[in-house]
Design a protein around this ligand. Structure first.
Ligand code: SAM
Ligand code: SF4
Length: 459
C-alpha cells in the first residue's frame, strides 16, 4: 500500500479540500502518513491569497527537493490555488510531478496513480477559469462522496455551500483561482450533512467566500442560506451549525439573522469582514458598502440576535491608505466591538485590479506599524468582552489536547489540558480526560485573557 502525506496551507476552504482529497485517496487504497520522509507521495495544498503564503510553499518545495535526492521515486503534487495560478510554471520546479487546480481535485487519485506508474509529470488546471464551465457534476460527486468525519478535530466538519467568488474585491486573487460563484444544490448539502451526522458529526460549518449570498433556484423556489440553516437544523445528531464567511450585503441578511435567532442549533456567531473603515478605501477595494452601512448591519445583528459574537477581517496598507484612512479603520474597530479580528498587510497579487492599476505605495514598515496598532485596539476590546465570562459556566465542544497539554489551568488533578470552543467561537482551555474530545462539556470560567477563557470542568 502506497503512503501519502498531505500538507495543507491556507484557509478553511483548503482544509476542506484536504479532507476531501484524503478521504478519496484512502478510498482509492492509499494509506495516509504524518511524515513526508516516509511517504511515497507528498501532496501540498496551497494558498495564493498573500505572497507570503506562496513563499512558504516554495520553501517547503525546496525541502522536498532535498528529500527527493535520496528518494527519487517519491512523487510530489501541488494542489489548490497556487497550482491554478502558476500552472505549467510550477511544473518546471525540479521537485514537482503533479500540478492540480481546485476544480480538478476529483482527478487526484488518477493523477497520482499515473505518475507513480509512468513517471511522467502531469498538469491539470482550468484554462480561462472565469469563462470555462467547471465540471460541476464531477465536483459534486467528489464532494458528496465525503461522509466520514475528518479525524483532525473530532465531531466537526466543514461542508461547502458555495464554490468560487464573483465579488472581485480589487486586491483579491480568489475569483481568478477558484473561478465563478456556484451554489451547491440544497439536497446534496443536506444529504451530505445527514451522512456526516450518522458518522458522529455534531458541528457543521457551511463554507462559501460570501456564504450569506448562497442562492439556488429549484423550480419556483430560490433557496437562500436561511433555508439551508432551517433544513440543516432538522438533521438528527447535528447540534451546532455555523457558516463562514459573510459579505456585508443586505440581500438575505435579515432572513439569515432571523433564522439564527429562531433556530437553537445555529450558533450566534457572525464572521463578516469590513476590510477598512475608510469609505475612500472601501470604494477602491470595490467593497460596495460604506463604513456607516457596515456598522448599521452590525447594529441590526445585535438587535435581532442578542448575545451574537462578531468577528472581522481588516487589511492595512492598501494603496493610497493615508493616516486619516487608517484612523477611520481604528474608529470602526472601536465601534464594532468584535470578539476578535484578523488583520492582514496588503500584498499585491498578480492579475488583480489593484495590482494592475494601483501602486503599492505604503511601505512595509508602515503596514507593520498599522497592523500592530489595530491588533492592540482589538486586544483591549477582546479583553473587556472576555472578562464578562468570569465565574460563568459555558458549554463547549471539546476539540482535543491544547497546545500545552502539560499545563494546569485551575486544579486539573494531573489531567491534560484540553481546548474547546463555545457556540460563539470563544476558545476555552481547561483540564480534563482526553477522551472528552468530540464531546460537549460545561466549563466554569476562572480566568480570562483577550483571546482565551480558562476554567475548570463543571460537569
Ligand atoms: N471571502 C472572504 C471575504 O470576503 O472576506 C475572505 C477571503 S480571503 C481568503 C481572507 C482574507 O484575506 C480577506 O478577508 C482579506 O482580509 C485577506 N486578503 C485577501 N486578499 C489579500 C491581499 N491581497 N493582501 C492581504 N490580505 C488579503
Ligand atoms: Fe476575495 Fe472579495 Fe471574494 Fe472574499 S469576497 S474571496 S475578499 S473577492
Amino acid at each position: 500500500m502506497k503512503k501519502i502525506h498531505i500538507r495543507s496551507f491556507g484557509c478553511q476552504m483548503n482544509k476542506l479540500d484536504t479532507a476531501l482529497v484524503s478521504s478519496a485517496l484512502k478510498d482509492a487504497g492509499f494509506s495516509l502518513t504524518n511524515g513526508a520522509k516516509e511517504a511515497d507521495v507528498v501532496l501540498i495544498n496551497t494558498c495564493s491569497v498573500r505572497e507570503h503564503a506562496e513563499q512558504r510553499v516554495l520553501s517547503h518545495l525546496g525541502h522536498l527537493k532535498h528529500i527527493k535526492e535520496n528518494k527519487p521515486d517519491m512523487v510530489v503534487g501541488v494542489i489548490g490555488c497556487m497550482a491554478q495560478r502558476l500552472g505549467a510554471q510550477l511544473l518546471e520546479h525540479n521537485a514537482v510531478d503533479i500540478v492540480c487546480g481546485p476544480n480538478q481535485i476529483p482527478q487526484i487519485g488518477e493523477l497520482v496513480t499515473e505518475v507513480l506508474q509512468e513517471k511522467k509529470k502531469r498538469l491539470a488546471v482550468t484554462e480561462k477559469i472565469r469563462t470555462a464551465s467547471p465540471d460541476s457534476e464531477a465536483l459534486e460527486e467528489f464532494e458528496s462522496a465525503y461522509g466520514i468525519a475528518d479525524k483532525a478535530i473530532p465531531s466537526q466538519v466543514f461542508v461547502r455551500a458555495m464554490r468560487g467568488c464573483n465579488k472581485f474585491c480589487t486586491y483579491c486573487i480568489v475569483p481568478y483561482v477558484r473561478g465563478p460563484e456556484v451554489s451547491r444544490p440544497p439536497e446534496a448539502i443536506i444529504e451530505q450533512i445527514k451522512k456526516l451526522a450518522d458518522n458522529g458529526v455534531k458541528l457543521v460549518t457551511l463554507l462559501g467566500q460570501a456564504v450569506n449570498l448562497y442562492q439556488y433556484k429549484a423550480g419556483d423556489k430560490t433557496y437562500c442560506l436561511a433555508d439551508l440553516l432551517y433544513l440543516a437544523s432538522q438533521v438528527k445528531g447535528i447540534e451546532w451549525i455555523r457558516f463562514l464567511t459573510s459579505y456585508p450585503q443586505e440581500e438575505f441578511y435579515d432572513e439569515i439573522l432571523s433564522a439564527m435567532a429562531e433556530l437553537p442549533k445555529v450558533c450566534n456567531y457572525l464572521h463578516m469582514p469590513a476590510q477598512s473603515g475608510s469609505d475612500k478605501i472601501l470604494k477602491a477595494m470595490n467593497r460596495n458598502y460604506t463604513a456607516g452601512q457596515y456598522l448599521a448591519m452590525l447594529d441590526r445583528a445585535r438587535a435581532i440576535v442578542p448575545g451574537i459574537a462578531i468577528a472581522g477581517d481588516f487589511m492595512v496598507g492598501f494603496p493610497g491608505e493615508t493616516e486619516e484612512d487608517f484612523d477611520a479603520t481604528v474608529e470602526l474597530v472601536k465601534e464594532a466591538r468584535y470578539k476578535n479580528c484578523f488583520v492582514f498587510k496588503y500584498s499585491p497579487r498578480p492579475g488583480t485590479r489593484a495590482d494592475k492599476r494601483m501602486e503599492d505605495d505604503i511601505s512595509l514598515e508602515v503596514k507593520r506599524t498599522r497592523n500592530i496598532e489595530l491588533l492592540a485596539v482589538q486586544e483591549k476590546i477582546s479583553g473587556e468582552l472576555s472578562k464578562e465570562f468570569l465565574n460563568k459556566e459555558v458549554k463547549v465542544l471539546v476539540e482535543g489536547l491544547s497546545k500545552k497539554p502539560h499545563l494546569d489551568c485551575a486544579g486539573g488533578r494531573n489531567l491534560p489540558q484540553l481546548v474547546g470552543r463555545t457556540a460563539e467561537d470563544w476558545i476555552v482551555v481547561f483540564n480534563g480526560q482526553e477522551d472528552l474530545a468530540g464531546e460537549f462539556a460545561k466549563v466554569k470560567i476562572t480566568r480570562t485573557s483577550p483571546l482565551t477563557l480558562f476554567g475548570e470542568l463543571a460537569s
